[in-house]
Ligand binder design. Structure first.
Ligand SMILES: *[C@@H]1O[C@H](CO)[C@@H](O)[C@H](O)[C@H]1NC(C)=O
Ligand SMILES: *[C@@H]1O[C@H](CO)[C@@H](O)[C@H](O)[C@H]1NC(C)=O
Ligand SMILES: *[C@@H]1O[C@H](CO)[C@@H](O)[C@H](O)[C@H]1NC(C)=O
Length: 232
């Protein structure tokens, strides 16, 4: 029954998706948050004034209201997704906007884009906070390490999350992931996506791209996981 529901939920996604569509239970988001706790709270803080200023500047590119913040993470995820799927030109502009945001936050970037930091603020909403953080982690991958691959293979990489192969990898993750096997599940889902992207998009770089695009969200909660670099 659960599998059927997951499948239907995934079929409803739009025509293209660069930020990967899936959802995660609140208890697992909580687990990630605990694992992301910064080792030394004193080194860096996330200051509201700077965070709000940088967010507002980011929002302007997308025509989002100044009031939109990390508390509206699902709205930001969907809005950014719409721009990424327009065409390569818009994707490059989104990446430039992301670079400005990254530079604007400077040394606060990693503290602000952290589940532990944000979920310890008053009255957080778990799925909005998770969507917020994974939007910026996804952009970090596609705009930096994955940039050449995503701009060369925009059509195939964007369409891939609408395929049955993507849905199978994510449905398996959804049905098997738990607190006891969290990082191994992330690892095997990355491997599943690696194979499925190669099968769909042909070149070996697409497999690494697809695996990293998923894994990067868990970079701070599952230390040391790596995606395989495929040989041509
Ligand atoms: C599986 O997906 C469903 C539907 O998207 C979601 O509500 C649920 O939280 C997911 N399960 C896990 C373990 O994350
Ligand atoms: C943004 O989040 C705040 C706090 O949850 C909420 O009151 C507001 O309606 C949200 N705005 C949008 C456009 O979703
Ligand atoms: C990209 O999409 C935007 C929004 O739909 C459009 O205005 C623009 O002309 C497109 N650019 C190219 C190069 O297709």
């Amino acid at each position: 029954m659960r599998g059927v529901l997951v499948f239907l939920a995934l079929v409803a996604v739009s025509q293209a998706a660069f930020l990967l569509p899936y959802s995660l239970d609140a208890d697992l988001i909580q687990l990630m948050s605990t694992r992301e706790k910064p080792l030394n709270d004193a080194v860096s803080t996330c200051q509201d004034i700077q965070f709000n200023y940088c967010q507002t500047t980011f929002n302007q590119f997308f025509g989002m209201d100044d009031s939109i913040s990390w508390r509206n993470g699902s709205y930001i995820f969907n809005t950014v997704q719409k721009y990424l799927e327009m065409n390569v030109t818009e994707l490059v502009k989104v990446c430039n906007t992301r670079t400005q945001f990254y530079q604007c936050l400077g040394s606060s970037y990693s503290t602000c884009m952290n589940l532990y930091t944000l979920l310890n603020r008053p009255h957080p909403d778990f799925s909005n906070t998770f969507d917020y953080v994974r939007t910026f982690r996804g952009l970090e991958w596609m705009c930096v390490g994955g940039f050449a691959e995503v701009t060369n293979q925009w059509d195939c990489l964007g369409a891939f999350p609408t395929t049955k192969a993507y849905q199978n990898c994510i449905a398996n993750f959804n049905q098997t992931v738990g607190a006891a096997n969290f990082c191994p599940s992330v690892d095997s889902t990355g491997a599943c996506l690696n194979d499925a992207y190669i099968a769909a998009c042909g070149d070996s770089g697409s497999g690494y791209y697809g695996c990293e695009n998923f894994r990067i969200t868990f970079d701070n909660s599952c230390w040391g996981l790596r995606c395989a670099v495929n040989q041509n």
